[in-house]
Design a protein around this ligand. Structure first.
Ligand SMILES: [Zn+2]
Length: 101
């Protein structure tokens, strides 16, 4: 009985984590919420066994980068490409120019 309760609690927690990880709330969240969501996503990737693997190119993210930014999902090259793509989609030319200046 106790064992079954623990199992269902673990499953509930996993479902909650998955739900939080898939919610598209980042654009309305403040920076501490964003950090919390990123931490949860990182835990999810640890569970999935995909932590430390770049989501774009599939190569290992260098350990030095993960030490600085444990929630990183992309290697440095893919991350800067991703940020440029995202900024371009939003029409934030100013951001792109400011970053590359
Ligand atoms: Zn990459």
């Amino acid at each position: 009985m106790l064992r079954r309760m623990q199992t269902s609690r673990a499953r509930q927690r996993q479902e909650l984590l998955r739900e939080l990880a898939t919610q598209e709330t980042i654009h309305v969240a403040n920076s501490s919420e964003v950090r919390a969501i990123e931490a949860i996503k990182a835990l999810q990737r640890i569970q999935d066994g995909t932590y430390g693997i770049c989501v774009d190119c599939g190569r290992n993210i260098p350990a030095a980068r993960l030490q600085v930014k444990p929630e990183a999902t992309r290697c440095v090259g893919c991350q800067s490409e991703h940020e440029e793509r995202t900024a371009l989609r939003r029409g934030d030319w100013y951001d792109v120019q400011a970053r590359s200046a």
